[in-house]
Design a protein around this ligand. Structure first.
Ligand SMILES: NC(=O)c1ccc[n+]([C@@H]2O[C@H](COP(=O)([O-])OP(=O)(O)OC[C@H]3O[C@@H](n4cnc5c(N)ncnc54)[C@H](OP(=O)(O)O)[C@@H]3O)[C@@H](O)[C@H]2O)c1
Length: 237
């Protein structure tokens, strides 16, 4: 796909990976709808990236809000070419210490929100046979498990299955589906669980470069799943 002038939706664009993806796609001259709950952060990114970035205050766990926004924003002549399901929530603790609301938050964000958006975008993508791409941000914890991560693992293993089935369902419509499974990334994702990020984790910019690569692969070439790890994940002195 040639990214220039393509229309992209990126969830979780207010920080971390999503903000890096937005920057990379705007630099390639795409129009990016960046969704997140924190409008202040989205507006700050808009100031930095310019008018090709459109800030959209959205809680992806709100199915009705997504349906309303999709309806008023897109039409047959203006429809998304790229969807990056990136917004995610992670809380890491022993299962008997996991607050109920954290279980619901992870399920609602990492699975329900992904379904709400994807199921609304796919009919628009199916309108014609030009090549489209859905990229789902899973995790290494959707492939291997780790203690004190049961709820998060449940959602990211779920994302893995969702992506694989979706790729089989949508390939004949020229819609690519890729699941990207990163190891630990240098963002604020773990802050709530008291885990500090550090520079030996994967860097958001490097993953954004990978996303651009995935999008630019030749039309009949699909990377359906990819795993990323820091080569040496320990904090260096
Ligand atoms: N960091 C890691 O080590 C790591 C490793 C593997 C995979 N991942 C995955 O990478 C993705 C991005 O995480 P990150 O590391 O960039 O973390 P981050 O900086 O905390 O970003 C998470 C993003 O998700 C958005 N978000 C959360 N709940 C939302 C909701 N209900 N509606 C809309 N947006 C919501 C947040 O925006 P608002 O708060 O403004 O809504 C924020 O922009 C997640 O799916 C995560 O599971 C992260």
């Amino acid at each position: 796909m040639k990214i220039s002038k393509k229309i992209a939706i990126i969830t979780g664009a207010s920080s971390g990976l999503g903000a890096a993806f937005a920057q990379a796609l705007v630099e390639k001259n795409a129009f990016v709808y960046g969704l997140a709950r924190n409008l202040e952060k989205l507006n700050a990114l808009q100031e930095k990236l310019g008018e090709n970035f459109i800030a959209v205050k959205m809680d992806i766990t709100d199915q009705k809000a997504i349906a309303d926004w999709m309806q008023k924003t897109f039409s047959e002549n203006h429809s998304p070419d790229i969807l990056i399901n990136n917004a995610g929530s992670g809380y890491f603790s022993k299962i008997d210490e996991l607050p109920l609301e954290k279980w619901h938050e992870m399920i609602n964000t990492n699975l329900n929100g992904v379904f709400y958006l994807t199921s609304a975008v796919v009919p628009l993508m199916k309108q014609n046979l030009t090549f489209k791409h859905i990229i789902n941000i899973g995790s290494i914890l959707g492939k291997v498990s780790r203690s004190e991560s049961a709820a998060y693992c449940a959602t990211k293993y779920g994302m893995q299955g969702f992506s694989e089935a979706l790729f089989k369902e949508l390939r004949s419509f020229n819609i690519k589906v890729t699941c990207v499974n990163p190891g630990s990334i240098d963002t604020h994702f773990f802050a709530e669980s008291g885990i500090e990020s550090h520079h030996n984790m994967l860097q958001p910019k490097d993953i954004a470069d990978l996303i651009v690569y995935l999008l630019e692969t030749p039309d009949n070439f699909l990377i359906d799943e990819i795993t990323l790890r820091p080569l040496n994940p320990k904090v260096s002195e």
